[in-house]
Design a binder for this molecule. Structure first.
Ligand code: 15L
Length: 267
């Protein structure tokens, strides 16, 4: 990849990736709605509001590959999700197509599948079960990625990211933790592997109690280095500090499931 664009670079995941990707790819254009505070003089940054197609076309111009992290990263009001994640995601794929971009790696989320119970092991061929408007927007991103791959030949990889961080933060995150270096490995497969057409991978490290069958990623050579189980005691200690959440604790999406939950209402 001669030139890459990474959207959403000022966010939590973007900030970590910026440090890791710099050493791997020689020419990267970073973008976000706001400039990161610690941008170095030799880093290229162009601000863009993803809900504006003309702005997205500017950041996409001249790149071969895109890592699309941008958008709203948690549950939010419908209008926010609609503009940032649905219109924004359409704009990224449409601008990529118009500009002749070859590959897109889309940051989907575990919340596309959040209403599967924790005792169910799921693969990539199960129906989506989003747990929030945010989760629905990620299923939209996966679907529009499939459309641009199948109809226009864009090479698209969707990463259903668990939780990216130095350590797993609680019991749920023990199962879905993604070490930043493992995220980079998944992104590299999406940007470089010759056989990518349209693929979905789970964004998880080699966690002992994972709910996800990530054999598709392994088929493409993914060998995760992280193992959430190494942090079992500190994650369980953090869990013990959390208030009880009977609905969230039942489902993979955790608090995204219990927020606004009133399924009993319909009788
Ligand atoms: C996500 O998709 C969010 O972007 C992130 O902020 C976390 O909430 C993560 O999921 C999670 O499930 O822990």
């Amino acid at each position: 990849m001669e030139k890459l664009l990474v959207t959403g670079v000022a966010g939590g995941v973007g900030t970590r990736l910026r440090k890791l990707m710099k050493g791997v790819y020689p020419s990267i254009r970073w973008s976000d709605i706001r400039k990161p505070d610690d941008l170095a003089a030799d880093e290229e940054f162009i601000a863009a509001d993803l809900s504006q197609l003309a702005e997205v076309e500017k950041i996409v111009a001249g790149v071969e590959g895109i890592v699309h992290l941008g958008g709203y990263s948690v549950e939010g009001p419908w209008e926010t999700i609609l503009q940032a994640n649905i219109v924004g995601c359409y704009n990224v794929f449409e601008a990529a197509y118009r500009a002749g971009v070859k590959r897109v790696v889309f940051a989907s989320s575990n919340h596309a599948m959040g209403f599967y119970p924790r005792d169910k092991r799921i693969g990539i061929n199960m129906p989506v079960r989003p747990d929030s408007r945010y989760g629905v927007s990620k299923t939209f991103g996966e679907a529009i990625g499939a459309l641009y791959a199948d109809k226009h030949g864009l090479r698209v990889t969707c990463l259903r990211i668990g939780n990216v961080g130095d350590v797993p933060l609680d019991q749920r995150r023990l199962a879905i933790w993604l070490k930043p270096e493992d995220l980079l490995a998944l992104i590299r497969i999406g940007l470089e592997h010759p056989d990518i057409r349209y693929e979905i991978f789970y964004g998880a490290s080699d966690n002992a109690d994972s709910w996800w069958d990530n054999s598709n990623a392994r088929r493409f050579g993914y060998h995760p280095q992280g193992n959430g189980g190494e942090f079992l005691h500190q994650a369980m200690a953090a869990q013990a500090e959390l208030p009880p959440d009977p609905i969230g604790d039942r489902y993979q999406g955790g608090p995204f499931c219990s927020e606004e939950y009133d399924a009993g209402r319909a009788g």
